[in-house]
Write a new protein. Structure first.
Ligand code: IMP
Length: 424
């Protein structure tokens, strides 16, 4: 069976820790959407690894890792990330087959490539918008736009050099008016891509067939989502979203698996809310000392861009919406320790929308929050590993969330450490 772990807020929920914690129990870990706009750092035996693209299973020797068809790949970035695990191997000099990652990493021949012009377009588009989205500037939107417009470049195209050249030439011609005075050069793009073609050859395969085969053999597969449901291209706060399907549907279209292959769907949420970039955020604590306290205690700065994250109270209306959207069977509640020593904690249970009280998520999310107030707890829950050892106020907060959204909170994280997790 394939279990799915996905974010159910605006991203940065702490999926990395849950995936990292569970990855050792799985034989395959699969990324199925997004690209190097995502990111987390994992510390193992004192060494820090930064992962933007590689699935977290890369840290476990027995785990096979897949970048499936729904992902968009910046090949230079992927090369750098792979180098962290290929210490004795020179990716420029040695033959690719010698990489220690061969047989542990599989890249879909259908995944799309982020090219230098996508990054230039991403930044130019942001400048031209009346209100910028606040993208990560990694070329994600333009790469997915080309995919949908049917002029994208797939990984498999790297091995059809003649047609690749003419496709890229056509793309460069068509964007020249949008990017005047650019220094994009067809020959240098082609030279770089043919280097990548040799570098990545041993890793490229039809990952749909690979996963079907793994499924048939009864292997345990973990599908690892990036970003969060409120950033979904269809169901998020459009246009302030990312350009992929971050909700459960993306796990199917992005891998080629179908509904009968899916086991658990584990939604990951923080005990409060954060958002990077622009767009509606009803529970934001704007220019507020409690918001600053959340930011500081939660180290709420983007792993990819370093930008400070906007912080606010937990939005239970949006959370319940995301649980329904994804069919979550279990939840993981992260960073409960960040709420230590708050005199009170708020959670949004309704919205005020055009002078009416509503209990659903309207399309523009231009609402004011209506809160339920909880008594906070004194002292720290950091490192607690049993639910019964949590202070009653924390138990009460967690039980309320569970009842409100109608889904079991199966994991509660009480610190950034891998092992500090309550499982129930
Ligand atoms: P893009 O994905 O770079 O196009 O950015 C679109 C929006 O998604 C922006 O608001 C980004 O801040 C947000 N975003 C993209 N990736 C992440 C992530 O991994 N965590 C949180 N927000 C993200």
């Amino acid at each position: 069976m394939a279990d799915v772990i996905l974010g159910i807020q605006w991203g940065d929920e702490g999926k990395g820790k849950i995936v990292d914690n569970l990855a050792s129990k799985f034989e395959y870990v699969v990324r199925y959407q997004g690209g190097n706009n995502a990111g987390h750092t994992i510390v193992v035996d004192g060494k820090t690894y930064t992962l933007h693209l590689l699935p977290s299973g890369i840290l476990y020797k027995n785990c096979k890792n897949v970048l499936a068809n729904g992902v968009v790949i910046d090949l230079g970035e992927l090369d750098m990330e792979m180098n962290q695990f290929e210490e004795s191997f020179d990716s420029k000099g040695d033959i690719a087959e010698k990489s220690p990652l061969v047989g542990r990493l599989f890249i879909s021949n259908k995944a799309h490539i982020i090219l230098p012009y996508h990054i230039l377009l991403d930044n130019a588009n942001e400048k031209n918008r009346t209100k910028a989205i606040g993208t990560t500037g990694k070329g994600i939107g333009p790469a997915y736009a080309d995919k949908i417009s049917r002029c994208g470049i797939q990984i498999g195209d790297l091995y059809r050099l003649e047609s690749l050249r003419s496709k890229i030439k056509a793309n460069l011609d068509s964007i020249s008016s949008r990017l005047p005075n650019n220094n994009l050069n067809l020959d240098s793009i082609m030279a770089e891509l043919s280097g990548f073609a040799a570098r990545f050859k041993p890793f490229i395969t039809d990952t749909t067939l690979l996963l079907w085969d793994a499924q048939k053999q009864g292997k345990k597969i973990l599908l690892e989502g990036a970003q969060g449901s409120m950033l979904d291209i269809d169901h998020g706060t459009y246009p302030f979203v990312t350009s992929s399907t971050t909700s459960i549907a993306g796990a199917l279209s992005g891998t080629g698996l179908n509904t009968s292959d899916i086991g658990e769907v584990i939604g990951v949420a923080k005990a409060y809310c954060t958002r990077v970039g622009n767009g509606e955020f009803p529970t934001e604590l704007l220019e507020n000392e409690l918001g600053e306290k959340l930011q500081e205690k939660g180290h709420e700065f983007g792993a990819t861009t370093g930008r400070p994250r906007r912080c606010g109270w937990l939005d239970l209306v949006a959370l319940r919406h995301a649980v329904r959207l994804n069919g979550c069977t279990k939840l993981a509640l992260m960073k409960i320790d960040v709420l230590d020593n708050f005199e009170y904690i708020n959670a949004c249970v309704k919205y005020r929308y055009h002078n009416e009280e509503i209990e659903y998520v309207p399309d523009d999310l231009d609402v004011d929050p209506i809160y339920k107030e909880f008594v906070g707890w004194a002292g720290s829950v950091r490192g607690i590993r049993k639910f019964d050892d949590l202070p009653p106020e924390a138990q009460n907060y967690i039980n309320f969330i569970e009842d409100f959204v109608g889904c079991k909170i199966a994991y509660i994280s009480t610190s950034p450490e891998r092992e500090d997790l309550i499982a129930r």
